[in-house]
Design a protein around this ligand. Sequence first.
Ligand code: HEM
Length: 311
Amino acid sequence: MEMLSRASRTISIGTHTATEVNMMTTMFWILWFFIAFVVVLVALTLRQESSDMPRREILRAVESTGKMGFAERLFLWVFSWLDTRFRLQDYWNMSKGAYYNMHRQMPLSHAEKYKLRIIWYWYPLYCLGGISFLSFIILVVTGTVLGIYYVPGGEGDPSPAYASMQFIMTELPFGYIIRAVHHWCTHFMVASVFLHMCRVYFTGAYRNPRELNWLIGVALMALTIVFGYSGYLLPWDSLAYGAAVIGINLANSSPLVGKYIATLLFSGSSLTARTVTRMYFIHVFILPVIVTTLIIIHLFIVWVQGIAEPH
Ligand code: HEM
């Protein structure tokens, strides 16, 4: 009998002996006990957490109200699902705290100090920056249309530049309107940028913490004028030629660097057919890139610092 039972214990199941099978059974149960233990532990922890966490209130609100539409319920459910996993509300509150800490150092604006609501029509002069920006946008759009038909060549009589302007003015449908809008918007922009600068100066808005934005503004004022000048030369008519003569003489008569400036801006120390091409490149590529970048930085700083209303 004893012999039989020993024999049965050593009987193999498949490739495993009975001892191995017993061990595997024991391990199987240990593993399942461990998994069950972890599951119970996690469930208890989550239960504890869920009763502690105020964010569960969102879920409760979703469940308790019967008036919400499907979209609202879905949104709140998704939000609370994400919030319980990624602590969205905590990070949102943290970043809000950091934002207010940063801004505590800024001087209080007029509106903040006297708890006023900002009403723009009280302060029309505060729109001049916005008007400058709007003019710039209109100039970019109309300039792009003109650029399709304009030919930047100064050789010959009439030069391709002049001939293409004639085409735009007399043959291209709405061409003269587009050119007029571009022309008048330039005047408008130069005036509004200048008046905007005066407003900033007379309200003392250039002071701490806005010094950097004032300096960026100074660069923008200068570049706006260069924009206007380079555009004025493009038709290559007698007005343009006259302005180019004045410009190149100014550059040539500057001490030390004059010759280099003339070469850089006018493509030589005397006027040639290449001057128009050089001005075209400055007008439609170099200046737009620099001015657009500076305007973005300028407006970003205004957004971060807020506007200094009168105190
Ligand atoms: C392309 C030219 C420019 C554009 C598009 C522009 C745009 C703006 C805008 C939209 C604002 C918000 C407040 C407002 O509209 O008055 C602003 C504020 C400001 N700008 Fe300009 N700006 C330009 C040129 C200048 C110039 C030439 C200066 C000075 C040299 C300047 C200095 C400032 C300063 C210091 C502020 C902050 C003022 C405050 O907080 O009250 N900007 N700019």
